[in-house]
Design a protein around this ligand. Structure first.
Ligand code: OAD
Length: 227
């Protein structure tokens, strides 16, 4: 069975009503990204950060997967599929994908602020100042912020290195180390890039650009791959 690895970003969830990071004038839902998505921002003002993610969690819980997430899930009929997503929503899982690696964490989980292995499933519940982990420290969103390590990188790189076909959907490819995953894709494996804007994959032979929104671009490509 051929292996397809999908690298997705905020653009795949745009048609489900969730805002991307860089399409809104540098602000994410009205906030400077570094204010709400960095370890410094958390240290400076944890209640602003908690409030921000409480809102994102509610919004994501109400969102439904779109045709792009559903098409990616359908690929499992014929291929061994691994999804590596930079997104913190769970729309790939809701669509039915069974192997999803969240590079930047998950909104529906909380974790200890002193022990990153202490992770709690909180579904769509809020986190407040004073909510504690089992070791007595403040709970925080299970999100990888700027300034933090990306613990899933090693696994994601190993999966990328095994891809027969690589799909890049709805990501600006400007955030590292995630964008560096493309360097692990075997040189003979084609890379398809689905994005209405032109993004650049450096120094690759076989890159096929599909200049469409995720829902249309992905469902058409998946249809071809399954037939
Ligand atoms: P970005 O906001 O940087 O990029 C979104 C991309 O989606 C852009 O290239 C858009 O052109 C594209 N796009 C917009 N609408 C689309 C649609 N309907 N279909 C397909 N593509 C569309 O988001 P990411 O690349 O995901 O990290 O950003 C990477 C990381 O930076 C995020 O995970 C986040 C952020 O800061 C953290 O929060 C740690």
């Amino acid at each position: 069975m051929k292996k397809i690895v999908v690298l997705s970003g905020a653009g795949i969830s745009a048609e489900s009503g969730l805002a991307t990071f860089r399409d809104s004038g540098g602000l994410w839902e009205g906030h400077d990204v570094m204010e709400v998505a960095s370890i410094e921002g958390w240290r400076r003002n944890p209640s602003v950060v908690l409030d921000f993610y409480n809102k994102r969690r509610k919004q994501a819980a109400q969102a439904q997967p779109n045709e792009a997430h559903l098409a990616v899930a359908r690929l499992e009929k014929k291929f061994d599929v691994v999804v590596i997503t930079q997104n913190v929503d769970n729309l790939h899982e809701k669509a039915g994908s069974t192997k999803v690696i969240h590079l930047h964490g998950e909104l529906n989980k909380a974790r200890s602020s002193i022990d990153e292995s202490l992770i709690y499933d909180i579904k769509d519940r809020e986190i407040h100042i004073g909510d504690k982990c089992g070791k007595g420290s403040q709970l925080r969103p299970h999100i990888v912020w700027f300034g933090e390590m990306v613990p899933m990188m090693e696994i994601a790189a190993a999966e990328s290195a095994e891809a027969d076909i690589y799909l890049v959907i709805g990501t600006s490819l400007v955030v590292y180390p995630a964008a560096g995953l493309l360097d692990y894709v075997p040189v003979d494996s084609p890379i398809y890039v689905i994005n209405p804007e032109r993004t650049q994959v450096p120094a690759r032979r076989d890159v096929r650009y599909i200049t469409e929104k995720a829902a249309k671009g992905t469902s058409e490509l998946v249809e071809q791959m399954l037939n």
